[in-house]
Design a protein around this ligand. Structure first.
Ligand code: GNR
Ligand code: NI
Length: 178
Protein backbone atom coordinates (compact mmCIF):
# COMPACT_ATOMS: atom_id res chain seq x y z
CA UNK A 1 0.00 0.00 0.00
CA UNK A 2 1.43 3.32 -1.04
CA UNK A 3 -0.42 6.60 -1.12
CA UNK A 4 1.46 8.90 -3.49
CA UNK A 5 1.32 12.68 -3.45
CA UNK A 6 -0.90 14.33 -6.03
CA UNK A 7 0.45 16.83 -8.54
CA UNK A 8 -1.58 20.07 -8.56
CA UNK A 9 -1.87 22.99 -10.96
CA UNK A 10 0.12 24.91 -12.10
CA UNK A 11 2.62 22.01 -12.20
CA UNK A 12 3.75 21.80 -15.87
CA UNK A 13 3.73 17.99 -15.75
CA UNK A 14 -0.08 18.16 -15.96
CA UNK A 15 0.37 19.54 -19.51
CA UNK A 16 2.50 16.65 -20.81
CA UNK A 17 1.24 14.19 -23.42
CA UNK A 18 1.79 10.87 -21.66
CA UNK A 19 3.59 7.92 -23.30
CA UNK A 20 1.77 4.67 -24.04
CA UNK A 21 2.63 1.64 -21.91
CA UNK A 22 4.68 -0.74 -24.09
CA UNK A 23 5.05 -3.65 -21.67
CA UNK A 24 2.79 -4.46 -18.76
CA UNK A 25 5.44 -5.40 -16.21
CA UNK A 26 5.78 -5.32 -12.41
CA UNK A 27 6.50 -1.61 -12.54
CA UNK A 28 3.16 -0.90 -14.26
CA UNK A 29 1.33 -3.24 -11.88
CA UNK A 30 2.91 -1.49 -8.89
CA UNK A 31 2.00 1.91 -10.36
CA UNK A 32 -1.65 0.85 -10.83
CA UNK A 33 -1.74 -0.47 -7.24
CA UNK A 34 -0.35 2.76 -5.83
CA UNK A 35 -2.73 4.82 -7.96
CA UNK A 36 -5.70 2.88 -6.57
CA UNK A 37 -4.49 3.49 -2.98
CA UNK A 38 -3.99 7.16 -3.79
CA UNK A 39 -7.44 7.52 -5.43
CA UNK A 40 -9.22 6.07 -2.39
CA UNK A 41 -7.12 8.09 0.03
CA UNK A 42 -8.03 11.28 -1.85
CA UNK A 43 -11.72 10.24 -2.21
CA UNK A 44 -11.58 10.52 -6.00
CA UNK A 45 -13.58 8.49 -8.51
CA UNK A 46 -10.69 8.35 -10.98
CA UNK A 47 -6.98 9.08 -11.32
CA UNK A 48 -4.51 9.36 -14.19
CA UNK A 49 -0.84 8.41 -13.70
CA UNK A 50 0.39 11.93 -14.44
CA UNK A 51 -1.50 13.08 -11.32
CA UNK A 52 1.08 11.14 -9.31
CA UNK A 53 3.88 12.41 -11.54
CA UNK A 54 4.20 9.43 -13.89
CA UNK A 55 3.88 10.37 -17.56
CA UNK A 56 2.28 7.09 -18.69
CA UNK A 57 -1.12 6.26 -20.20
CA UNK A 58 -2.55 4.53 -17.12
CA UNK A 59 -5.95 5.34 -15.55
CA UNK A 60 -7.80 3.92 -12.54
CA UNK A 61 -11.53 4.44 -11.92
CA UNK A 62 -13.99 3.40 -9.21
CA UNK A 63 -17.34 5.16 -9.51
CA UNK A 64 -18.99 3.40 -6.62
CA UNK A 65 -20.94 5.72 -4.39
CA UNK A 66 -19.57 6.43 -1.00
CA UNK A 67 -21.62 5.29 1.96
CA UNK A 68 -21.68 8.79 3.42
CA UNK A 69 -19.73 11.93 2.72
CA UNK A 70 -17.28 11.53 5.59
CA UNK A 71 -17.25 7.79 6.03
CA UNK A 72 -14.56 5.89 4.20
CA UNK A 73 -15.81 3.41 1.62
CA UNK A 74 -15.71 -0.10 3.11
CA UNK A 75 -13.01 -2.09 1.35
CA UNK A 76 -15.51 -4.85 0.70
CA UNK A 77 -17.45 -2.78 -1.81
CA UNK A 78 -14.45 -1.30 -3.61
CA UNK A 79 -14.27 -2.19 -7.28
CA UNK A 80 -11.27 -0.45 -8.86
CA UNK A 81 -10.79 -0.74 -12.63
CA UNK A 82 -7.43 -0.27 -14.36
CA UNK A 83 -7.23 1.03 -17.94
CA UNK A 84 -3.93 0.83 -19.82
CA UNK A 85 -3.62 3.00 -22.97
CA UNK A 86 -7.34 3.90 -23.03
CA UNK A 87 -8.54 5.41 -26.30
CA UNK A 88 -11.78 7.02 -27.45
CA UNK A 89 -12.95 4.96 -30.42
CA UNK A 90 -16.03 7.14 -31.00
CA UNK A 91 -18.20 9.66 -29.17
CA UNK A 92 -21.92 10.43 -29.32
CA UNK A 93 -23.29 13.56 -30.88
CA UNK A 94 -25.53 13.99 -27.88
CA UNK A 95 -23.83 15.81 -25.02
CA UNK A 96 -24.37 15.99 -21.30
CA UNK A 97 -23.28 18.41 -18.57
CA UNK A 98 -21.74 17.37 -15.32
CA UNK A 99 -20.26 19.34 -12.45
CA UNK A 100 -16.64 18.15 -12.60
CA UNK A 101 -13.87 18.33 -10.06
CA UNK A 102 -10.24 17.26 -10.26
CA UNK A 103 -7.83 16.14 -7.56
CA UNK A 104 -5.18 18.29 -9.28
CA UNK A 105 -7.43 21.38 -8.93
CA UNK A 106 -8.51 20.89 -5.31
CA UNK A 107 -12.04 21.79 -4.19
CA UNK A 108 -13.03 23.58 -7.40
CA UNK A 109 -15.98 22.51 -9.53
CA UNK A 110 -17.49 23.58 -12.83
CA UNK A 111 -20.09 22.33 -15.28
CA UNK A 112 -18.43 20.72 -18.29
CA UNK A 113 -20.24 19.70 -21.48
CA UNK A 114 -18.96 16.52 -23.13
CA UNK A 115 -20.27 13.75 -25.39
CA UNK A 116 -22.91 11.88 -23.33
CA UNK A 117 -21.54 8.49 -24.32
CA UNK A 118 -18.36 7.13 -25.82
CA UNK A 119 -16.82 3.92 -27.05
CA UNK A 120 -13.50 3.20 -25.30
CA UNK A 121 -10.74 0.66 -26.06
CA UNK A 122 -8.05 -0.27 -23.53
CA UNK A 123 -5.77 -3.02 -22.23
CA UNK A 124 -6.18 -4.63 -18.83
CA UNK A 125 -3.30 -5.60 -16.52
CA UNK A 126 -3.07 -8.99 -18.27
CA UNK A 127 -2.64 -7.26 -21.62
CA UNK A 128 -6.08 -8.29 -22.91
CA UNK A 129 -7.84 -5.77 -25.16
CA UNK A 130 -11.31 -4.53 -24.25
CA UNK A 131 -13.79 -2.28 -26.01
CA UNK A 132 -16.93 -0.96 -24.36
CA UNK A 133 -19.64 1.64 -24.78
CA UNK A 134 -19.79 3.95 -21.76
CA UNK A 135 -22.47 6.41 -20.67
CA UNK A 136 -23.46 8.55 -17.71
CA UNK A 137 -20.82 9.36 -15.09
CA UNK A 138 -18.52 6.61 -16.45
CA UNK A 139 -18.39 8.31 -19.87
CA UNK A 140 -17.71 11.69 -18.23
CA UNK A 141 -15.03 10.34 -15.91
CA UNK A 142 -13.29 8.35 -18.68
CA UNK A 143 -13.17 11.40 -20.95
CA UNK A 144 -11.80 13.49 -18.04
CA UNK A 145 -9.06 10.87 -17.47
CA UNK A 146 -8.17 10.50 -21.16
CA UNK A 147 -7.87 14.29 -21.25
CA UNK A 148 -5.23 14.05 -18.49
CA UNK A 149 -3.21 11.63 -20.65
CA UNK A 150 -3.13 14.37 -23.29
CA UNK A 151 -2.27 17.23 -20.93
CA UNK A 152 -5.84 18.58 -20.91
CA UNK A 153 -7.72 19.66 -17.75
CA UNK A 154 -11.47 20.19 -17.22
CA UNK A 155 -10.88 23.93 -16.88
CA UNK A 156 -9.83 23.94 -20.55
CA UNK A 157 -13.46 23.15 -21.43
CA UNK A 158 -15.08 26.15 -19.66
CA UNK A 159 -15.19 29.83 -20.56
CA UNK A 160 -12.21 32.04 -19.75
CA UNK A 161 -14.37 34.03 -17.32
CA UNK A 162 -15.37 30.91 -15.38
CA UNK A 163 -11.79 29.59 -15.47
CA UNK A 164 -10.38 32.85 -14.12
CA UNK A 165 -12.98 32.90 -11.34
CA UNK A 166 -12.20 29.31 -10.42
CA UNK A 167 -8.43 29.91 -10.39
CA UNK A 168 -8.94 32.98 -8.20
CA UNK A 169 -10.99 30.95 -5.72
CA UNK A 170 -8.27 28.30 -5.67
CA UNK A 171 -5.57 30.90 -5.01
CA UNK A 172 -7.64 32.37 -2.19
CA UNK A 173 -8.27 28.93 -0.68
CA UNK A 174 -4.57 28.09 -0.79
CA UNK A 175 -3.66 31.43 0.77
CA UNK A 176 -6.11 30.86 3.63
CA UNK A 177 -4.77 27.35 4.13
CA UNK A 178 -1.15 28.51 4.23
O1 GNR B 1 -12.83 12.63 -8.18
C1 GNR B 1 -13.14 13.10 -9.29
N1 GNR B 1 -14.44 13.42 -9.55
C2 GNR B 1 -14.90 13.73 -10.81
C3 GNR B 1 -16.17 14.29 -10.91
C4 GNR B 1 -16.70 14.59 -12.14
C5 GNR B 1 -15.97 14.35 -13.29
C6 GNR B 1 -14.70 13.82 -13.21
C7 GNR B 1 -14.18 13.50 -11.97
S1 GNR B 1 -12.59 12.80 -11.88
C8 GNR B 1 -12.09 13.35 -10.30
C9 GNR B 1 -10.75 12.74 -9.92
C10 GNR B 1 -9.69 13.24 -10.89
O2 GNR B 1 -9.15 14.31 -10.81
N2 GNR B 1 -9.39 12.45 -11.89
O3 GNR B 1 -8.49 12.85 -12.82
NI1 NI C 1 -8.65 15.03 -12.85
Amino acid sequence: MAVLSIVEIPDPRLRLVCAPVETIDDEVRQLADDMIDTMYDARGIGLAAIQVGVSRRVVVIDLQERVTEDEEKPEAIRDPKVFINPELVSVSEETSRYSEGCLSIPEQYAEVERPASCRVAWLDLEGARHEEEMSGLMATCMQHEIDHLNGVLFIDHITRLKRDMLLKKLAKMRKNAA
